[in-house]
Ligand binder design. Structure first.
Ligand code: EPU
Length: 339
């Protein structure tokens, strides 16, 4: 384990922001994570845990230690007639892990195909797409307590999953480093193809009885159509979360904006697509300097070349402000903004 000084983080974040970390270390085993925590007293330092860096915006040089998680391995740890429990180490690329499960015919993750990022980051914000969320198949995770260096397990309930939320973004933020995640996957899965775009794609392909591979392929093609490939155009997926407002607020907005649409949630709340709100404010496809809201999905901010984190953050603030002005709705960031 070598600790490097003043390393550029450009290869380690999908926005492609060129800032430096004061210190940088790559960890490949659980023991290395534990040693790092106790020997270097990580709990007393500023740290940045990096998986694929696909959900962060770096706005400045990082005055602390960046830790690249490269723990690898996938194991089927238990099986019965109905389920397989599969454990993946946190450095595994999320999509590779999904492909492993699809190829084994273990169901539950196929709708989450092609989401950028690593396994270890997936529970942090309870990743979700096309009608599925990580929490639907999540069994447990193992993490290192940064202060003590000891291993701790978190069950599904203990993670307190919500919409792009978990305990790791709230109560225990910066207290643990996730080292592995176990999923409970179905051997006879019930397919989740209710999401309009999936249904439509399968229909176009003439597939009447899809299997896991066909659903995964459909999701991959939908994502490729709407979302920019970070290798081509730097981005961090959805920059904002879809806001939730009360039914009353929604009714008032609908009077004024008859085209608005929303999804009813329990508790008389309505989730409004932030992409639509941003598009209505004129940002979709508009370029501001080296950055802008993507032409096919306004919720995604992109780096056209040499954007700085500050430039992207300023655009995000301007977008937030205009959505607030036009609709009276605050859209909060989904991406983790690192100052
Ligand atoms: N829309 C617009 N204009 C836009 C973008 C979207 O009008 O520029 C409208 C669409 O017409 C549609 C609605 O907004 O009616 C929803 O759009 P979409 O299906 O693309 O999904 P989203 O709500 O914008 C969420 C997730 C994505 C996930 C998709 C598919 C969040 C913050 N984002 O986006 O997740 O892939 O659903 O399930 O919940 C991510 O988290 O990084 C991410 C990409």
């Amino acid at each position: 384990m070598i600790i490097f000084q003043n390393i550029s983080l450009k290869p380690y974040n999908t926005f492609g922001i060129d800032v430096k970390a004061e210190q940088f270390v790559e960890v490949k085993t659980i023991e290395e994570v534990q040693v790092l925590c106790t020997t270097f007293l990580l709990h007393e330092r500023k740290i940045l845990v990096l998986g694929s860096g696909s959900n962060i915006l770096l706005t400045n040089n990082f005055c602390g230690m960046a830790i690249k998680i490269s723990l690898m391995g996938i194991d089927i740890i238990q099986e019965d007639d109905k389920y397989a429990w599969v454990k993946a180490m946190s450095g595994e690329v999320w999509h590779d892990f999904v492909m492993y499960c699809v190829n084994k015919n273990f169901g539950g993750l196929e709708n989450l195909s092609l989401i950028p990022g690593c396994v270890g980051a997936s529970p942090m914000q309870n990743i979700g797409a096309y009608g599925a969320e990580l929490k639907d198949t999540f069994e447990e995770l193992t993490a290192v307590n940064i202060e003590s260096g000891l291993l701790v397990k978190f069950s599904n309930a203990e993670c307190k999953f919500g919409y792009r939320e978990s305990v790791f973004k709230n109560e225990v933020k910066d207290k643990y480093i996730i080292v592995s995640v176990t999923f409970k996957l179905a051997k006879n899965p019930v397919y989740n193809i209710s999401y309009g775009a999936i249904k439509e794609t399968l229909k176009q392909q003439g597939i009447i009885e899809p299997g896991l591979k066909a659903i995964s392929d459909a999701v991959i093609s939908i994502r490729k159509l709407k979302l920019p490939d970070p290798k081509v155009l730097g981005n961090s997926g959805s920059f904002f979360k879809n806001p939730e407002i009360s039914q009353q607020e929604y009714d008032v907005l609908q009077e004024k904006f008859p085209d608005i649409h929303g999804y009813l949630l329990p508790g008389n709340k309505v989730k409004v697509p932030a992409g639509w709100l941003i598009e209505q404010c004129g940002w979709k496809g508009k370029r501001t300097g080296n950055t802008g809201a993507y032409k096919d999905q306004a919720l995604v901010l992109v780096n056209y070349g040499n954007a700085t984190g500050e430039e992207i953050w300023n655009l995000a603030l301007a977008i937030q402000e205009s959505v607030q002005q036009k609709f009276g709705i605050h859209i909060s960031t989904e991406v983790n903004v690192i100052a």
